[in-house]
Design a protein around this ligand. Sequence first.
Ligand code: XMP
Length: 328
Amino acid sequence: METGKMGINIKEIKTQDLNPQDFIKQQIREISSVVGDGLAINALSGGVDSSVVTMLGHKALNNRLKTYFIENGLMRQGEPQRVAASFKKLGVSVEIVDARQQFFSALKGITDPEEKREAITQTFYKDVFGKLVKTSGAKYLLQGTIYTDVEETVAGVKRQHNILTQLGIDTQELYGYKVIEPLIQLRKPGVRDVAKALGLPADIYERPPFPGPALSARVIGEVTPERIEIVRPATAIVEEELCNTGAFQYLAILHEDKVTGVREGRRDYGFQIEIRCWESKDATVASPTRLPYEVLEKLAERITKEIPGVVSVTYNIAKKPPSTIEAI
Ligand code: XMP
């Protein structure tokens, strides 16, 4: 999709100009007035953006907002249950929707990054949400698109999966519902300030970003359940080992090519995992964290020992640009 020539007609609220309490009041008013006495749905992934939208939506609509966790088979270890349990504590009930089959069949055979994003977009918005709005009777979908998502898509860097109206897509006509985006004027640091002001716990507002296409953004080449089962435990190890670095984001990527390794004295043609760990403010530019060598060694040791078939572990040392944070 040609996006490079489009402009952005959204007014950014700079973090230093943001008054979180006023913003919360204004968004609650706005959501209430748009939805009226109707129903809305939203998908919660557990990231800071969708968590903030969930809280704003519930404050505005109470039980006229139905919140779902879409289990697309691409999420991190234990995530659906963890997210549902932590929102239960906040008084929000979350229904887990098993859509694994739909996502893996949509991704079958696709290797091109933008085609993967398109497959995910269609499965989310058309198949999964399309069905949920029909069964629930909702007319609105609330989602946590932020300013940077629009900016990257419009600049033609990557089409973020959640960008629709800004690309001229009429969701009402295509999918049967309207989209409400309360966070569209904010960047990540602003969203974190709103999360804090909403009383969300630190493990939510301090959580590193995680992409909408989830682990499929970290598999180079075809995304299959088997390949996700390699990148998922690698992600868990990287998150365990790097969570105290204070870095902006850290991740594991599964490469498409296999390489020769040796295990127990025999040739082992196996998988390559690449680790990335970033210093950044809002993901537009980023530099690799200067991790101590012992930390890198421990990562390599754990990943090759704990994940069957992995024989190579590398660390990305290129900055963004020209690299990007995710691999696809
Ligand atoms: P990149 O890889 O473009 O990532 O440097 C910038 C930030 O955006 C996240 N990201 C995505 N988030 N849908 C999303 O919701 C996407 O398709 C997507 N691609 C990247 C990424 O994790 C980073 O924080």
